[in-house]
Write a new protein. Sequence first.
Length: 437
Amino acid sequence: MSGTVFLVDDDPVFRESLEQSFELAALAVQGYAQPHSVLANINDDTLGVIVSDVRMPKLTGEQLLTRVAEIDAAMPVILLTGHGDVPMAVRSLQAGAFAFYEKPVDAKALIKDCQRAMALREAEVARRRLARQLQGRDRLFTQVLGSSPKVQALRRHLSALGGTDTDVLISGETGAGKEVAARALHSISARSMQPFVPVNCASLDGADINEQLFGIEDQSGLGASLVGVFERADKGTLFLDEIESMPMDTQGRLLRILEERRFRRVGGQSYVAVNLRVMAAAKTDLHAAMESGTVRPDLYYRLSASQVRVPPVRERGADRVVLFEHFLSETDDPPGLSPEDMTRILRYDWPGNVREIRNAAGQFALGLPVLEGQGEGQTAAQASGQDLAGQVADFERSVLEKELHLAQGDLKRVMERLGLPRKTLADKLAKYNLRQR
């Protein structure tokens, strides 16, 4: 998780002890002796949860809860007290506190609640950022949904290619949204008012694939001509999905078209010129397919000059909830998501990617159970068997990615926000192969 636990307690011994517990659980933590200090460090985009003692001088935990709500009512606040007071606990929970703990605190239970609150906070901030993006009516934001670093990087890449007319190779797992990315790129290109013609190469009839792609020349005068997909896409964009399924001889013809922008229909003698952009997508590693002999090397290198990778859902963080809610909104009378629903959505890796989320949202809208028992009590990293070092490394990398994005590549700002010396930051950027943006 990329958020921070803002720990407020005027007892330095207790505060330091709890800070160590959070750090051992791979949660970033900032400690404060006075509640006023934390108020200056939060806003409606802050990724984090506040954990505060109740009885403190100048500003109590209950008063802090009220002040936080004035800044952002959705910011999670967990209160701690050394004096059991049931009415106060009830008041705090009614006022919006996420949880209430008595001292001595059960650290494991508190950490679990903080992780849950953090996940919900990430989803809330992601929704807000997306709402702001949609207000701008940017076509990419309305088609490539999400605000996670990898989705933002995808949009930047598509935006950069939108002003060019180069052919593009799009890679990504099944259901990740390769055609969505292709359509988004077409919509921001100079060809946006021309046809977008999608073709799944795996579904083409093997015996007639050349006729379907290139058409048939009628030389009998009996009206037996057939217009192929290349002609239908003239002046627009041709999207060839699962290109690794295309036969080798057809790959050769495709390569010639890419180089010459002309072809001959099946049975034809003269060339037909076409003005189109070709986007090809593969669900497998096309480089490996080339090495195994199922994809022509010259075609691979011709297409791979401009590549786009669509990240799987498991790499998109809180965007999982954003996508789920988006597909819910397309149903009749969509139900709302409870915190427990959101937690299950965030803890599941979604191996079927966006397609699986769409199907699950449809089931949820019908009142059918979705993801019950999936990932309970464990994070996605733990479910995949990742050890502590791997989870800590993933966390550290995600923090660095987020800060680089927020600082727009300004390393001085990143150093100040993370409290890191220049050399330490440089070493970590090199360790995770993170480039300055």
